[in-house]
Unconditional design. Structure first.
Lengths: 436, 112, 436, 436, 112, 112
């Protein structure tokens, strides 16, 4: 049990795992605040349920499928570590940077959870909860676990053979969730009254709270992906902060010009877009590179979220426009901005004189991920729809999934003294009442 | 037809609803209101600054009923809503020209 | 000042202390969302006040009572470190894993705080605030500090003599808070209108936010209790995640079958139940063991919260059903599932061939804790009730403790444009307005 | 890249940076809950925008201005590290405690962000958003970056020449933000209807959530300022907890006596006041010293927030009363309570036999900071007001800045089943329905 | 003048508003209400404890109009608000003595 | 007896309340409402999608008063609620058959 391991790296990975875990409740609130008050609980429930079911699958076979010994060609991990039996006493990591394997298992689990939870944003307000439960289990098994192997396992084809660069999951997390969401949105079809009825966020402070927790947790996501407490982790963290901030600025600047108003939903969305785009890139680009990544992501994503109106898919909370598009932005910009000055284990992109090679590898990795995730998710969603029925009945959708499915109301402010009309007038301030 | 409007204390709503149902009325409309009257409000303090909140939470009931039920219903509602403390509320009665049930278009007596 | 200490372990304990401290505001929101809108502030206030008063007592004499040199028989720490004078410059921990003593003092303080704050859940809506203040100070002194000595100090009787296993506080935190809550609920009696009036949660997103913060903080609670950045910490963290997730799944599965609906309050409650049960066990069982602990806890606790209706005690927010019962589940399952493969410092339970010995020790430790906490709390509560009066007047309780006691309203949404009825219709989406 | 650095210290600083970053969303909610429902989004927006713009400036030139090689007399850092080019591969810190420079850049960035964001509290409800954007960029450049050099850079005059003690920013963060807020409040003038109309907090649970996040993040702020994972970090963390807790207790005790009610807004405010005051002192005083600092700060600040009514400046959310006054309390008490027993790099204050020397240095540092921050901010604010117009039109202010400027409503609870009047009656509890 | 009060389903508000505007009425007052009637409520469950919520969300419209418009408007509103399901709501008509526009002090016909 | 209903701008409530109290009326019932009328609404934008919100926040006052007070009270309320801008609101008066004070059962003039 006291084999050779690096205690500082171990702390860093454990802390990072905690931070990433927190992102899913953060996402639940971020999403929950954006839907109407009659389905906020369902939105949160989809995330929390995902925390449960994906953990179960991960322990049983998911970790093994993603990180077990490769079955060949870098396509899938084998079933060598079912039930995490051997992980208790072993270590993983580069020489001198070994950490307890369970720390790595835990860290990677939190990625699996949030990737799956992200999908719920595409299908707000109209999903039968039991269908979500079945879907997410199959989806994690057939879509996420394999792609995680490609992108995160040393012997996965994307990293080990293609030599694409993806520091923290631009493919496995962002493009995967975005492309899968597109498939889901297409299978489920738009919400009743979409484009006609008001569907504005019911609780924006909740959205901003969620965004704050996501921002915080993303440091674990990105800098934790260094898996070591080294300058690389510091660079990844700094770059994450920069791109997130720039995404926020670029989004609100865009909407200030385009719509005439800088919005809080916009600044939150832009922050997420920036963080998404820097996810694959944070360990390969300079701070000024990260600045550019964030700016591009904020602008491009703020435009991309309008595509759904044009093409008629109701990706309700813009998983496609933010995560798929943002992930693509980041993956591609690596091919342009990466430099080995930042990370000797990386590569030089176009601007650093590395030619088009890395850019090509980035595109291949992105395209394969996108195609696989979209295709398989589409088939799974169709299957689940046929077997279980993916959509609520129109009546239930109108009444609201919270009450119908979960038998709960999110809020009950009635009768509290603050909910009445109250003309109040200050009587006195402290200390010097006579001054009033 | 008449419209009975009753302003009552929020926590008496359940009792009044039961009493009215027992009397045989199967429909009514309820809404939140704030009352200003003899019953005082309360004081709030935020970082030492005091505010006087002089409205108190109330519930408003509206029942469209036949004219001949009015007197009895007033009694039923008042009895159920009474706590004997200041602020128990008011009931007032207004003449109604006609009532329609949206679903069927039925009028007046058939509509309620 | 630069004595011999392990910096990685120090970081881990400091971070963990921060995480556990965050649990109490998390608990405040978790509890606050569950009560009616007219008493949410009081609920939150009880937690925050506890953060204040327990910190004061801890500095003055609490740490000394819990971790000062044993006065004999492992019953209580002495008054050797009043005011934390000597802790500034000393170190504690196993050889090679020493940490600054103040890191340990801080870490343990956060346990004392949350244990005390947990009790407030039993007495929602009806408690005089001044009585809570007096009660919680006496309770920490007479109930928590001694039991913390038994369970957490090396020379406490439970660990040092009985050799019961309790990794992170199944006895001192969970059973203690649950049993004390039962006593409190009995002394105060039920809320006015209990079982008759609607008492549904007024803000479930707040509850789920609280649950998310608790989940996050629990990693510090459990994995931090390793006090070292070792594989044991990783195991404890992984097990915590697994059991929490399984508790969540088991609870909603139970209510889906029993009540016909999976609820968000249920999934949050189940997560807490799973985390509670794994608290004592996380450093002694395998991941598959943790899976079982979580499932059992989720199921048993989801049933146990109904007992209050049967036996007529208004444990308003189910501290008994979740913490006492969950703590017992965890303590007992250690006796069955523990294995020295996971922790050489632990023991083998029944299934690992260790016989009934450990199970017996677990039961003794649990029973003594339960009895002591219940009995002493009952006496303190009676005393406080007699001296100060524990309950609000019926009028004040009806009007709502927030306004009456704290002279505040939790919410004032009146007049905000979002609080009006607003039929809105989308005019145009971004980029392609004409498409609408 | 793998130069000599201390991995444990690196982890600690990275984690601390994450914690401090989280404080700004926490502050956004803390502030947002305190204003009326019609301007909560604007309040949050000011903080999030600050996260964006200050990050941008920091990368471009801010870090260099604060921590670049001193241009002379300790007044300002030079422009030696624009764009963070050299920081990627270098290390900073005492021998044996080097950390990657980007970790330090990141850590210090989070201080710059929150200091700027704090100012928004003084000008709630009435500020043109574009003016805030312009203002905060100029303010960071002319006020914060220089003062950060004075107080945090080894060659800054305050630390390097005057030898004032300020562990984590009592001058650069607290006094600076407070004094600047006073200037801002004077330039903008009071809100329409101030002292006449009700301006009570619209969402106190949000305020308390924000306070909880601030409390949590403050550990990174203060203990992280040790920049090493040493006993000094542990002491700083313990002292932060103690003073925060004591501030909370002292504030509610004061208002219980003065106003007759202990309030949740009060306990949150007191916690912040205590944390503010211990910020400069946490690495120099004993736990009992911290206890005193917290008590004094809680009492003094709870009185100081009334001064605005007397002198007629609408410092809406009491940045002056809490941060300026609290910062002064902490700075001055260092001169009285500091002891080299806690920190050999510190000094002995009055009570430790150090005479009046240190007290004098503390006063000089505080006074210069206060005067510079107030004066320069006043000029900037006047300039911005003239060029851009700092205040909304009266009509816009009445209608609410959220809708007018950001074209958003914070909440829309209408039509959710929980927002209706609902008499509910329990049908049955679990397990034993017949018992009801 | 008459006061038409209509209790309708919340999601029919947009349709009714359009219909009324088309008819030529340019003003009305809207508020939230809860309805009790034939249309049932729903059940909620919290930690296994079931609650019956027997009020359903409604919207109340108030329109002060000229007496001769009443019959047509009732038709317009009822048609727009009808889904054919139980709970579509009620419309009732009350005599009004006089109406004033606050801004100008105009009365009755000029006031609406 | 008469029922005076006034729809006013929310921030004029305090002024109207004072004026009414000064006139000698000691009770009224207040509730939230949304107004649709000449006064426009506002636009909101979420991720580039614009919404037109065409209702504006209002407050509804209800006062049951003696018939002879009506004209004066209309004046008092209108004066206090007037800003001179579009959207100041309406006041209407409805005949009331009878009023009851729940607490005592008193009727009509004694009830208010
Ligand atoms: N003249 C009035 N018109 C309309 N509502 C009134 C009037 N007077 C009182 N009310 C309503 O009745 C409620 C109870 O009145 P109040 O004077 O407090 O007590 P009580 O009716 O017991 O004497 C008030 O809160 C208010 O809502
Ligand atoms: N007697 C009544 N007085 C006032 N409002 C009523 C009355 N009866 C019904 N309502 C309102 O009309 C709504 C619809 O009535 P309901 O009986 O459910 O359906 P329907 O009108 O289609 O038969 C109710 O929710 C309630 O708001
Ligand atoms: N016909 C009506 N019936 C009921 N309420 C009305 C009517 N017309 C207007 N209102 C109410 O009066 C308010 C003010 O009316 P509006 O036309 O905007 O301004 P003004 O009365 O100053 O001309 C509206 O918001 C609405 O609440």
């Amino acid at each position: 049990m006291t084999g050779s391991f690096n205690p500082a790296d171990t702390v860093w990975v454990l802390v990072s795992a905690g931070l990433v875990l927190l992102m899913t409740p953060g996402l639940a609130l971020f999403y929950g605040g954006m839907v109407r008050a009659k389905s906020v609980l369902n939105m949160i429930m989809m995330s929390f349920f995902t925390m449960g079911i994906v953990t179960l699958l991960w322990v049983l076979y998911g970790y093994s499928m993603a990180f077990g010994t490769d079955v060949g060609l870098g396509l899938l991990g084998g079933f060598s570590d079912l039930g995490l039996r051997s992980a208790i006493t072993s270590f993983v990591g580069a020489p001198g940077h070994e950490i307890p394997e369970l720390a790595f298992v835990m860290f990677q689990l939190t990625f699996a959870i949030i990737t799956a939870a992200l999908l719920s944003g595409a299908i707000a307000d109209r999903t039968r909860f039991r269908a979500w439960g079945v879907f997410v289990a199959i989806w994690a098994t057939l879509v996420y676990f394999p792609i995680a192997h490609w992108a995160f396992a040393g012997d996965g084809w994307m990293i080990g053979r293609l030599h694409a660069l993806d520091f923290a999951g631009g493919t496995a997390v962002e493009i995967t969730s975005g492309a899968s969401s597109l498939a889901l949105a297409l299978v489920l079809g738009p919400r009743l009254g979409w484009k006609r009825d008001p569907m504005r966020p019911h609780n924006l402070p909740l959205v901003l709270l969620g965004a704050g927790l996501l921002w915080f947790g993303w440091f674990g996501f990105n800098a934790g992906s260094a898996l070591t407490a080294t300058p690389l982790a510091a660079t990844a963290m700094m770059n994450t902060q920069i791109a997130t901030a720039m995404g926020a600025l670029a989004w609100v600047a865009t909407e200030r010009v385009r719509d005439g108003h800088a919005t809080t939903l916009g600044i939150a969305s832009g922050a997420v877009a920036g963080a998404v785009a820097i996810t694959p890139a944070c360990g390969f680009v300079t701070p000024l590179g990260a600045l550019l990544v964030g700016l591009v992501a904020g602008f491009v994503c703020s435009m991309a979220v309008g595509l759904k109106y044009r093409y008629g898919y109701d990706d309700s909370l813009d998983v496609v426009g933010v995560h798929m598009v943002g992930g693509l932005v980041g993956m591609i910009l690596i091919g342009i901005l990466a430099t080995v000055l930042v990370n000797p284990g990386g590569a030089d992109g176009l601007l650093a004189g590395g030619g088009l090679g890395q850019l090509w590898r980035q595109c291949v990795a992105s395209a394969v991920t996108l195609a696989y995730a979209f295709g398989v998710t589409y088939l799974i969603a169709r299957g689940v729809d046929r077997l279980v029925g993916f959509r609520l009945s129109p009546d239930d959708e109108m009444a609201g999934v919270d009450v119908v499915t979960h038998a709960e109301s999110a809020y009950d402010f009635v009768g509290a003294s603050g909910s009445i009309i109250a003309t109040t007038h200050p009587l006195r301030g402290p200390i010097h009442p006579e001054e009033h | 037809m008449k419209l009975i409007t009753a302003i009552i204390k929020p926590h008496m709503l359940e009792a009044v609803k039961s009493a009215v149902r027992e009397y045989g009325i199967e429909g009514m409309t309820v809404s939140e209101a704030s009352g200003y009257g003899r019953q005082g409000g309360h004081t709030e303090v935020y970082r030492g600054a005091e505010y006087q909140v002089d409205l108190v939470p109330k519930v408003r009931l509206e029942l469209v009923v036949q004219a001949e039920q009015v007197e009895e219903l007033i009694q039923v509602i008042a009895d159920a809503a009474r706590t004997g403390r200041i602020g128990d509320g008011k009931i007032w009665v207004i003449p109604v020209d006609s009532v329609v049930r949206v679903r069927t278009g039925e009028r007046d007596t058939e509509a309620v």
